[in-house]
Unconditional design. Structure first.
Lengths: 642, 487
């Protein structure tokens, strides 16, 4: 069954090609069937492959299939090979499973759009690229997938390219990611220089054999550079600014790419390279710190945003911060577990918000909503489940995964990480329920025009919501403490370091009893309930209070509302100053020196060309003369050699 | 002369060649016997294609054998086989693109196909030639057919002029080749490549200035055929004047044949004196790349531009010759195959887009093709990207192999110059894409010179260009096995 792995990639690619070449002439239904069918088949094969993996004994769960070798030259070998192990097994299920639901949802959401076939062509291409990223068995293939998802993200953010803000957001996402990708590719080059290979198995084997000492400069640099790529793709400080703007794209795109799958690529990459990261403690500290700070920072911005999708965007950044915190303290299993549950509930929340926006005739400002729960009951119920899940109320999915991270941040990290995790958890519960209350409860603040058109979404949109709600409710049971299926399953990838909190906790000298995790659970549940209570008090009980608070804490409110003015800061620091320098370079260096020399060279080449063209007289006698000259030259050369 | 008496006269070894000759004559006969109305010559094209397919099947039977027949003058081995397939492939593609073109240009005469087949026979003889005379005969058979084909547009002055120029200069250059052969024979007493090598091994390499002189003259003679600078001056005029299909034909097959002979002579006969010829070829490679690319920039006619581009590609191939290692030799084979697809493909598009009398073959005549005929423009873009050496196309992989072969042999400077030349070449290849996609169309491109056959040729070329670019290792492996015989 494992041999089928290439088919997982093939189906979305076929879908892309068909819809890309012939989509314009096909009926909308056909386009939808092709796109969903492609992902559906890919999902089925993924299940088969996953089952094939389960049939193997745990320690042998690594299947590699070399499709073809592209170029070999000396020690450099670029092969196209796929790898299935527990980590990529989980990832393909998430990508194709959630992807399929979002494809189905899109058939409803995008139904009126003129670019229907173009949309599905990009969406299939994205799925292909993401699968390539997680299935590749070497860094080069991963990089190709990495860049390709970036390209698809660009195309889809700017899908409504007539809208200035959309095309700007697309450009921003692309350019900000370029900064990260630059680090990523440098990291890959450095890996090749250090290990003479870019193959996962070879590199990790060499690393685990102790080729480089713990904390060696080469490894630290490699891991930092790779992490730089991750901060770009996974929207961490300082490269997170593109993600909120990416909400300009169609909402299902936000769900699939900017919440459930692509943005988790950074987490996946670090989990994949866990051996390298474990060997560089300095980088681990950086990863954990950036993760923790991002989690808190983004959550605090989320507290006051008014655009329904922006709240979710900052929430995504914050949750990704959690995952990096988990990876940074060495709890890779917890990171991947949260990646999975987050994919469920965040996709659900985004799709739910899409359903809201759909019902509200395109309105995204929560201040103009309210009281929607009676009008769109299915959306409301599923959204409620998603909100509870992300807030961390047991037994919903988010509780178990987040709780494991909170727990590990203390057990393997320190009190500082733990307190940030707890505060973030409070913020999360608050802003999510704030969103829920403002949108669905209270009185409607929409104008009657919108109210008249208010309707529940079609089945194609509510069905994925219900499935995701189910997953968000139950997904957490894969990782309940004591019977942690996830951690056992992932153990071959992460080795001993990935699980057994208790053991490593003891090793690290942190003293805590067996009862400790339960105490932690109670604390985090209490924190979540506190957040919900505050939100309830402010937005349901006393709706006039938020305004007063905003007035009293004007400074903080403004600071948060304007996202700490980071965009403005970047604008001054990088964009404006770069522009100034660029203009200066352009006016002086470029036009005078570079253009001068380039034009000079071009003119020189052109002149040279003209002279040579002049030699092309068209007379046979001249041509024969050149041959004679050449002949004399060759003979002289031969004679001189003696 | 003991060995002359034991003539190994193995007729089976030349069966593919005999097949082609047979089909060529059948084409001539059918042409005479059928009515001479224009436009009813489809049969001849199909007959010729059939001949090529039969010859390819017969040639395939000898895969893996190494056999010398006709008194050790004719070699059947993987090396000649690889080249034979390139010849048959390129000839087949040319016949596919010829069908509609020669109708349009009203040069639909039966001998057109026959001459192409005869010329292919010459190429196959050259690739299989194990002695200098056989190579020379092959070269003549190949060239004389092409001289005629170049002037095939009898009523067009430019075509006649091209033919005459090619003939005069070709005869001149052949004189050098023949003189070189006689000098080598005079100093070694042998025309067989292996015997020459044996002689050099016995006597030491630089003992005889006449031998070296002979080698230099052979290099000049073949240098003319591969169009290396400064023996290239005929190329632009001849490529421009010849019927476009024949331009496609002679930019690939004869060049491949000349390289086949070049490589075999240099590696087998003069392998021991490689320091002597490496420095000559080094300078030829440098000049050829640079002149080809630089002058290509100044061209406004697509056929002339592709002529200079073909000179430049010969320059890259000469780099691989200089490298003279396994990778270099096999990359020659790989690159020529890649070049077959991309160059014939590009010229096929030129044929489709141009009009009767070879009108509209200026670069600006491609303006707006991307809007009017997106399929053609995409194919053309692919061929241009491949020639410029951009992944994932065949041209990229070919250049990658050639440059890494040069680096392996320590010719880093030459590889760097090669890369710089590639960069220069990007300018004129991408200019075509810019014009196709970013300029408003100035004409409606109708009527397109389309036929199912030419579409097949383009599709094959696209597939070949992409396949070699994405899955190169299999072909490279075959190429590496093919050159084992040379060592």
């Amino acid at each position: 069954m494992l041999n089928l792995v290439a088919l997982i990639l093939l189906f979305p690619l076929i879908g892309t090609v068909i819809n890309g070449l012939a989509g314009k002439r096909l009926k909308k239904e056909t386009v939808g069937y092709i796109a969903c069918g492609a992902i559906g088949l890919s999902f089925l094969v993924s299940i088969l492959v996953f089952c094939g993996l389960l049939l193997l004994p745990p320690q042998e769960r690594l299947f590699e299939k070399e499709l073809f070798s592209w170029i070999e030259s000396g020690s450099f070998k670029a092969a196209a090979g796929l790898q299935v192990d527990p980590l990529s097994g989980i990832m393909i299920l998430i990508v194709t499973g959630v992807g399929l639901l979002i494809h189905i949802y899109s058939t409803g959401y995008m139904h009126e759009d003129k670019g229907y076939h173009r949309y599905f062509c990009y969406l299939n291409l994205f799925t292909f690229s993401m699968l390539l990223l997680v299935l590749g068995n070497n860094f080069l293939l991963m990089f190709i997938g990495w860049e390709a998802v970036g390209l698809c993200s660009y195309l889809l953010i700017g899908f409504w390219y007539n809208k200035k803000s959309a095309s700007n957001a697309a450009k921003k996402a692309f350019i900000v990611n370029r900064v990260g990708d630059f680090g990523f590719i440098l990291g890959i080059m450095l890996i090749f220089l250090s290990f003479r290979s870019i193959d996962f198995t070879e590199v990790f084997h060499a690393a685990s054999q102790g080729t480089f000492a713990v904390g060696s400069f080469a490894l630290t640099l490699i891991t930092l550079l790779l992490f730089m790529g991750a901060t770009g793709k996974s929207a961490q400080i300082p490269l997170y600014t593109w993600l909120p703007d990416a909400m300009e794209g169609p909402t299902p795109v936000s769900a699939l790419i900017h919440a459930a799958t692509m943005v988790t690529a950074g987490v996946y990459m670090i989990a994949r390279c866990n051996i390298l990261y474990m060997l560089s403690p300095f980088t681990m500290t950086i990863v954990a710190s950036i993760g923790a700070v991002t989690a808190l920072f983004a959550a605090s911005i989320g507290l006051v945003q008014n655009d329904i999708k922006r709240v979710l965007a900052y929430s995504t950044i914050s949750q990704l911060g959690y995952m990096f915190l988990a990876c940074g303290v060495g709890a890779f299993t917890a990171g991947i577990f949260h990646l999975m549950t987050h994919a469920f509930f965040k996709a659900l929340l985004f799709l739910g918000s899409g359903s809201v926006i759909h019902a509200m005739s395109g309105e995204q400002d929560m201040r103009k909503m309210g009281g929607l729960r009676r009008h769109i009951p299915i959306t409301y119920k599923t959204f409620l489940i998603g909100t509870i899940a992300i807030a961390g109320i047991p037994p919903f999915a988010g509780f178990f995964s987040k709780d494991e991270i909170v727990l590990e941040s203390l057990a393997r990290g320190n009190f500082f990480y733990w307190s940030i995790a707890i505060v973030t958890s409070l913020f999360t519960a608050f802003y999510m329920f704030r969103l829920l209350f403002i949108t669905f409860h209270g009185k409607s603040r929409a104008d009657h025009h919108v109210m008249e058109h208010l309707h529940e979404s079609p089945k194609s949109m509510t069905f994925p919501l219900m499935v995701l709600a189910g997953l968000s409710s139950l997904g957490g049971f894969l990782g309940i403490p004591g019977a942690n299926i996830m951690s056992h399953f992932l153990a071959p990838v992460f080795g001993e370091q990935g699980h057994h909190t208790e053991i490593s906790g003891r090793e690290a000298g942190v003293h805590h009893s067996e009862g400790h995790p339960y105490l932690m659970m109670i604390i985090s549940t209490a924190i979540a309930i506190l957040g919900i209570f505050i939100a309830y008090h402010l937005y349901v009980k006393k709706p006039e209070l938020p305004k007063i608070l905003a007035e009293r804490f004007r400074f903080i409110y403004k600071l948060l509302l304007n996202k700490y003015y980071v965009d403005e800061m970047y604008d001054i620091l990088f964009v404006k100053s770069l522009k100034k320098i660029s203009v200066m370079l352009w006016k002086h260096v470029d036009t005078q020196i570079i253009d001068g020399s380039v034009n000079g060279v071009a003119r020189l080449i052109g002149r040279f060309g003209d002279i040579l063209r002049f030699l092309q007289t068209g007379y046979v006698r001249n041509y024969a003369f050149y041959i004679v000259l050449g002949c004399i030259f060759v003979i002289v050369l031969t004679a001189l050699g003696k | 002369m003991a060995n002359v008496s034991i003539m190994t006269f193995n007729i089976l070894s030349i069966l593919p060649i005999l097949t082609l000759a047979g089909f060529g004559m059948i084409v001539l006969l059918v042409d005479i016997l059928s009515s001479r109305k224009l436009g009813e010559k489809n049969l001849l094209a199909y007959l010729s294609l059939m001949g090529i397919i039969v010859a390819a099947i017969l040639a395939r039977n000898s895969t893996g054998t190494t056999l010398f027949s006709f008194n050790e003058s004719f070699a059947i081995d993987n090396y000649s086989l690889f080249f034979n397939f390139i010849f048959l492939l390129s000839t087949g593609l040319v016949i596919l693109i010829s069908h509609s073109y020669i109708k349009r240009e009203e040069i639909n005469h039966g001998e057109y196909y026959a001459l192409i087949l005869f010329s292919t026979i010459g190429m196959m003889l050259m690739a299989s030639g194990a002695d200098l005379l056989n190579i020379y005969i092959g070269l003549e058979v190949m060239s004389i057919s092409i001289y005629i084909l170049t002037g095939f547009k009898r009523s067009k002055l430019i075509s006649n002029e091209a033919s005459l120029k090619y003939f005069l200069l070709g005869a001149f250059a052949t004189g050098f080749l023949l003189y070189g052969i006689s000098l080598v024979y005079g100093s070694t007493g042998a025309i067989n490549l292996k015997q020459i090598a044996g002689f050099i091994a016995d006597k030491g390499s630089i003992s005889n200035p006449l031998l070296l002189m002979g080698m230099a003259l052979i290099i000049i003679g073949l240098g003319f055929k591969v169009a290396s600078v400064p023996f290239h001056a005929w190329v632009p005029d001849v490529y421009e004047g010849a019927p476009t299909t024949i331009t496609a034909f002679m930019s690939v097959g004869p060049k491949a044949a000349a390289f086949a002979a070049f490589l075999r002579i240099l590696m087998t006969a003069f392998g021991a004196t490689h320091y002597e010829w490496q420095k000559i070829i080094y300078i030829l490679a440098l000049l050829t790349m640079t002149v080809g690319n630089v002058v290509a920039i100044a061209q406004t006619n697509v056929k002339r531009m592709l002529a200079y581009s073909s000179i430049a590609h010969a320059g890259y191939l000469l780099i691989a010759l200089v490298a003279a290692n396994d990778m270099g030799m096999s990359s020659v084979l790989f690159y020529i195959l890649a070049y077959t697809f991309m160059n014939i493909g590009a010229l096929a598009i030129v044929i489709i887009v141009s009009q009767k009398g070879d009108e509209f073959i200026q670069i600006h005549d491609f303006a707006g093709l991307g809007f009017k005929h997106p399929g053609l423009a995409v194919a053309m873009s692919l061929f241009m990207l491949s020639m410029a050496g951009i992944p994932p196309t065949a041209g990229f992989v070919g250049k990658f192999y050639i440059f890494s072969a040069a680096i392996k042999s320590g010719y880093i400077g030459l590889a760097v110059i090669g890369v710089i030349n590639s960069v220069i070449s990007v300018f004129y290849y991408l200019r075509i894409m810019v014009i196709m996609y970013m300029k408003e169309p100035t004409r409606d491109f109708n009527p397109l010179t389309l036929s199912p056959l030419i579409v097949v040729a383009i599709v094959l070329s696209v597939i070949g260009t992409l396949h070699l670019g994405i899955f190169p290792s299999k072909i490279m492996e075959i190429a590496q096995q093919s050159i084992l015989i040379l060592k």
